[in-house]
Design a protein around this ligand. Sequence first.
Ligand code: 5GP
Ligand code: MG
Length: 191
Amino acid sequence: MVLSKKEDADIAEVLFSAESIRSRVTELGALISTDFSDGQPLTVVGVATGAFIFLADLVRAIDVPMEVDVIRAESYGQGTESSGQVRVSSNMKVQVEGRHVLLVEDILDTGRTLAALVGHMVVKGANSVSVCVLLDKEERRIIPLVLPPSGKQYTGFQCPDQFVVGYGLDFDEKYRSLSYVGVLRSELYSS
Ligand code: 5GP
Ligand code: MG
């Protein structure tokens, strides 16, 4: 196991250690396994790219037969913060019609991405839509997360309003492979 990496040098503070993430993922997996034990088909859909490590760990902690896929969503006019519109830029391969869908996302921030993806799953005919996020920056919410009836929300950790990287989360496509979540040194992105 890699205990230290070159990218560690760019991290100001570790917020969620690999150990704390591991035990929280185990708890979430147990909760989800109980909630989805009704025998109805489950499809777990990770939001690429940021959720890829969380998705990989979470599905191994869930003991229910499932299909696994990924989806990609992009904001229009990113950087300008103009419209805040989100579109699905890469769709799933599997059909979700008549199935329970569990969307797995790295971080819930303004809420725009998940609002769009929940709507997308409803349009695709999902039987229920639930959401599991590793991190929730609640104070940043602009669009409240509204789930259709019988949808459930799972949260790993409440996250302070700081820019975080690691465990799948990137800055400029870097730091995704760190096994913990940390705050990036501000001089590296506020230049
Ligand atoms: P939302 O649509 O909820 O505003 O945005 C969610 C997306 O914003 C996340 O999937 C992630 O890509 C990005 N994001 C929000 N906060 C952070 C952060 O602190 N660090 C990183 N790396 N990405 C973030
Ligand atoms: Mg994301």
